[in-house]
Design a protein. Sequence first.
Length: 222
Amino acid sequence: MRISKKVLCAGAVIVFGTALQANAQTGAAKIRACVLPTGGTRIVTGYESCKSNETLLEWNVSGPQGPQGPEGPAGPPGSTGSGSGGPRVVNASGGEVGPLLDRGSAVLSLPSGRKSYAQLFPNGRGAGWTMTQYYLTTDCSGDAYLAWNTFEELIPETIVLNGGAFAIVPGSLASRVVRTKKVFGDAGLGACQAASGVSTMTSRFDFYLPGDLNLFYPLSVQ
């Protein structure tokens, strides 16, 4: 049975259309061209097919990955951050307090060797600031805790008052039943008082005098 060229050409269009859809689905990007018997070439796009006297050629837009090239030269050194050689907070006698984090806080090196951060003011904390210490006993004996209403930080906070600094101990945040409390202020630690007797999120702390942390005001940034 003879099959006409028109039927063959239609079959080619159907086959090629199917291949083109497959290429579109797989994301393969190809360039298509029709080559004339004389050697001339024309680029075709989309679903356009070659004429009966032309030959279809296809090639990929991107070739296979080549071998890895040699390593390039080293780039220039980056800028130094505040953790190493950046702005640092110093006290009134020129002693270093720690790296500056932002306009109002700095990293502290605690006497225990642990790192903490604190909000600092150049001329010291104002009078009247207080901190409440909570106890699990009925007579303010034993370990004291600070109420803490948020998640502990990667670098826990140190709360600085005029009379001393409370450095939060990392990993100590827990729900505890607090029964008594004492208020610490500029005059020192107050009398024992009854607390709520309910569970409160609290953290352990280490207490330091301002001089233990080199906090001799006024402070400056260098």
